[in-house]
Design a binder for this molecule. Structure first.
Ligand code: SIN
Ligand code: CO
Length: 373
């Protein structure tokens, strides 16, 4: 695989082998000449909106406070030691989306979002660790990072955010615009703004097995099939009416043991789960959608692309888009896999698509999941 300038002088394969989940990597000028994609006013406006996840963190005089969005009023720009975090910037801005997609040497199933943090001098979110990997790209001004591999991850109790009780950094770097720091999960870190500063976090998702298990059981509830009903034709009179009969317990345990799941069930569950849009994501279809015939003509001419918000994955014969799954035939597999990987389809591929695929594309177009061009 070719080198990504993003990773300095190593290839994605070398990065994954030597650093991913293992140790930090500082890449000076990962993106030379990088400039913030959003100015302060655009960020502040985003943070004030209902459907945008934002937090305001202040640490004045060592006193930590956190306010969840929407954030209507920000502290004055001249006031030091505050941080505004805005999550999911990639959903709202095309260039932020393009930046996140530069990290697609890691599967979409693992990639989460782009978070922007704006801080005034001395601002930060305190020494902490995250449960997932992160790339921290400096976008504006400077930030001083102190990091360390400590095992003691105990937290200060009673604070509104996770702050390490005993932070023991062993390295320190000052990042300038375009520099990027990769940190594996559970690596202690603290980034403090040196003057006004913007840092972009490219975040990953690593769902806990507990969370997956709970969702999987809900998913299976819709698909289990256990015909019949309990009966006891041999029932005998009891002197202990409150006791659950042994026969009842044994019969029902045997029936419950018939609940089985296959790898296919797990595939469908996982694809639907991972492609489910976050709770604050809404799609809007075109104001005046084309009729189906005109849509097919326009798509064959201009091609189609997935909306920024659309999550599309596949595995084997299953395709998943925004929480829905489809079993696809051999003939349609290549077309839909191209759409998922390239996040776009060229006109020629659409002109030769099957009626089933055209039906699906038209529905997705009406729902705002895909767009012309
Ligand atoms: C920040 O950029 O302020 C926080 C990012 C992090 O430490 O995970
Ligand atoms: Co962090």
């Amino acid at each position: 695989m070719k080198k990504l300038s993003l990773l300095g002088d190593i290839t994605p394969a070398q990065f994954l082998r030597d650093y991913w989940h293992k140790k930090p990597l500082l890449i000076r000028q990962a993106i030379p000449g990088f400039k913030p994609l959003l100015n302060f006013d655009a960020l502040a406006t985003m943070a004030s909106q209902d459907h945008v996840e934002a937090r305001l963190i202040t640490s004045m005089g060592g006193h930590w406070q956190m306010q969840n969005g929407p954030i209507e009023t920000l502290p004055p720009r001249e006031q030091p030691e505050w941080t505004l975090l805005v999550q999911g910037i990639n959903l709202h801005d095309a260039r932020a989306d393009a930046l996140l997609r530069q990290f697609r040497f890691i599967p979409d199933a693992r990639l989460d979002d782009l978070m922007v943090s704006f801080a005034t001098d001395g601002g930060g979110v305190g020494p902490h660790f995250d449960s997932y990997d992160v790339f921290l790209l400096q976008a504006q001004g400077k930030r001083r990072w102190r990091i360390g591999p400590q095992k003691d991850l105990s937290l200060v109790e009673g604070l509104p955010l996770k702050i390490l009780a005993k932070f023991k950094p062993n390295e320190e770097f000052e990042l300038e615009p375009g520099d990027m720091l990769y940190l594996p999960p559970h690596y202690a870190h603290d980034g403090v703004a040196v003057g006004d500063c913007q840092t972009y976090s490219i975040g990953f998702r690593s769902p806990s097995f507990q969370e997956l298990g709970e969702s999987f059981l809900q998913f299976m509830a819709d698909s289990i099939d256990l015909p019949g009903r309990y009966a006891d034709p041999e029932l005998e009179a009891t002197s202990k009416p409150a006791e659950i009969p042994r026969h009842m317990l044994a019969t029902i345990a045997e029936e419950m043991n018939k609940v089985r799941f296959t790898e296919d069930d797990v595939t469908i569950f996982l694809g639907e789960h991972l492609s489910e849009p976050k709770h604050n994501v809404f799609f809007t279809g075109p104001a005046k959608p084309l009729a189906v015939g005109r849509f097919a003509d326009a798509a064959a001419k201009k091609g189609l692309s997935l909306s920024r918000k659309t999550l599309m994955l596949y595995r084997g014969k299953h395709v998943f888009i925004n929480g829905e799954s489809f079993a696809i035939g051999r003939a349609d597999k290549a077309t839909l896999e191209t759409l998922a990987n390239a996040r776009a389809l060229e006109g020629a591929a659409i002109a030769s698509a099957s009626p089933d695929v055209m039906d699906a594309l038209y529905t997705w177009y009406q729902d705002g999941w895909i767009e012309l061009g």
